[in-house]
Design a protein around this ligand. Structure first.
Ligand SMILES: Cc1cc2nc3c(=O)[nH]c(=O)nc-3n(C[C@H](O)[C@H](O)[C@H](O)COP(=O)(O)OP(=O)(O)OC[C@H]3O[C@@H](n4cnc5c(N)ncnc54)[C@H](O)[C@@H]3O)c2cc1C
Length: 364
């Protein structure tokens, strides 16, 4: 089977790998560079921490397990960092936090309440005054990903099975004949024929056919990167001051939902902006030892969110030969999606895990 995968983010790379491994002749067409879309500007926390409904929670757990399983397959997964995550909430949200933890436990998700002393052992550089009296949750199976090295590793493995990757080539349209997608046209005018086209174009997926287009409800995300800073932080920390995690060589990655909400348009305000300075000041409250430090870089990205907030994974209705894989939580989900989507395309079966997330539900 000849398959074209549009997009070399974490999702396209994972699907390309499993399709090629399964024997398909895979061609990945990427407009820019590997991981240069949303994947390269993601907080990239692998989790199923607050995903509802249950089917979406289970899908994310499958993603977490698939990340862990890659260790056996590849021998080492230098792109994935485990060690769990730590979370506390402001006083107004303590009851909701307890409720969430109880729900996660009832769903079999590993969660522990830890003491400030435990926290000091796990993350000695955190200033416990920022935690106050808040209950502290620890999620041992969570972690984070380096999305670009991950996508590169999956594409390298795909190439080992004969896949071809072309960067700097944009798909301009899907080509159809008699109700069947027969390939794509690219911006150099070339026609690329295929038996199946998989749309992994993320937040740009709605710009490609077939009609009707997938309805997306994207949101803006703003990330701040510090220079290498004097901290031993080794986990994802989520809390009311600001979310943070390591980002290699001592750098910290900072994020706050409330700051995202301040950005009315997807324009990067830059490291000298009040938004970036505020996030760094907040990180310094949590980790006083890093100060004084200023933001080194900022990134703005758009989350590829299907209209109802869940994933859109499956064959596009009304035509044959067209499959879409578009989702927020793509960092968490991608290794599982690779396996499940390849299974559906190559073996013509319906994976029950994907049944609630078909694109058709969004197109009525
Ligand atoms: C601030 C922020 C924080 C996030 N935090 C998390 C998190 O903690 N955990 C989590 O799991 N997820 C998180 N996400 C979401 C996650 O990053 C995305 O779901 C994931 O990166 C999507 O990957 P993708 O491969 O589908 O898309 P992308 O990485 O955007 O890849 C799509 C690719 O398609 C290419 N493309 C587009 N159009 C064309 C075309 N016409 N022709 C050829 N190529 C094309 C693009 O160039 C791009 O490289 C976050 C997102 C943001 C913005």
């Amino acid at each position: 089977m000849r398959v074209i995968v549009i997009g070399a983010g974490v999702v396209g790379a994972s699907i390309a790998y499993r399709l090629a491994q399964g024997g398909a002749a895979v061609s990945v067409l990427e407009r820019g560079r590997v991981g240069g879309g949303t994947s390269g500007s993601s907080f990239a926390w692998t989790n199923s921490n607050n995903k509802t409904p249950r089917a979406y929670h289970d899908l994310n757990v499958a993603g977490m397990r698939a990340h862990a399983a890659l260790r056996d397959e590849f021998g080492a997964t230098p792109w994935w960092h485990g060690g769990g995550s730590i979370e506390w909430e402001s006083a107004a949200d303590h009851a909701a936090h307890r409720e969430k933890v109880e729900r996660l436990r009832a769903w079999g998700y590993r969660t522990e309440w830890i003491t400030p002393r435990d926290l000091a052992t796990l993350e000695p550089d955190l200033d416990l005054r920022a935690v106050g009296e808040a209950p502290i949750a620890y999620y041992p199976d969570e972690g984070w990903l380096d999305p670009v090295p991950y996508a590169h590793a999956m594409l390298s493995a795909a190439r080992g099975h004969g896949a071809r990757l072309t960067c700097g080539l944009a798909v301009t349209e899907m080509v159809s004949r008699a109700g069947r997608i027969t390939g794509v046209r690219t911006d150099d005018g070339a026609l690329h024929e295929a038996d199946m086209v998989v749309n992994c174009a993320g937040r740009w997926a709605d710009r490609l056919g077939p009609d009707p287009r997938l309805p997306l409800a994207p949101t803006i995300g703003f990330l701040v990167f510090t220079p290498p800073a004097a901290s031993s932080l080794s986990r994802v920390i989520r809390n009311p001051v600001c979310h943070l995690r390591p980002d290699g060589a001592g750098r910290l990655l900072l994020h706050r939902d409330e700051t995202d909400a301040l950005l009315a348009e997807p324009r990067d305000p830059g490291p000298d902006s009040p938004e970036a300075r505020d996030l760094v000041a907040r990180a310094t409250r949590l980790l006083p030892g890093i100060g004084p430090v200023t933001a080194e870089a900022t990134r703005v990205a758009i989350r590829p969110i299907p209209r109802d907030g869940l994933s859109a994974i499956g064959r596009m209705p009304g035509v044959t030969g067209s499959y879409a894989a578009v989702t927020h939580s793509g960092v968490t989900l991608s290794p599982f999606l690779g396996i499940a989507v390849a299974d559906e395309i190559l073996n013509d079966i319906e994976r029950p895990e994907l049944a609630p997330f078909r694109p058709a539900r969004l197109l009525n």
